[in-house]
Write a protein that binds this ligand. Sequence first.
Ligand SMILES: [Zn+2]
Ligand SMILES: [Zn+2]
Ligand SMILES: [Zn+2]
Ligand SMILES: [Zn+2]
Length: 115
Amino acid sequence: MPGYKRACRFCGRLVDEDSVACPFCTRAHPLAPVCPYCVAPIDLAWTVCNSCRKPLTIPCPKCASPVGPDTDACEKCHAVVRYRCPACAVVVVLDAKKCDRCGAKLKEYWKAQAR
Ligand SMILES: [Zn+2]
Ligand SMILES: [Zn+2]
Ligand SMILES: [Zn+2]
Ligand SMILES: [Zn+2]
């Protein structure tokens, strides 16, 4: 149904049903929890994705706190643990030239991250 809106599960504001990221709070996949790598639906209690078998909760590289599939930055030390394609919100390798999933070119995205 085009134009149909649902509440973002993070901030509660209404977003388009096909949004890959919330335009208000910028969190990825605002309507339902999905695997950050293969976009299969997940249960937040899982530690590993049932579809691609990648770990959903990974240790922060700086302080080793667990970082779940819904957060891309460590809650303790704010280190960024995952980067996401701005077009499809799938995790991309740092400095990758393009997104493996949707083919979006990422050069400008890395520039905008201003690391
Ligand atoms: Zn939101
Ligand atoms: Zn997966
Ligand atoms: Zn940390
Ligand atoms: Zn992509």
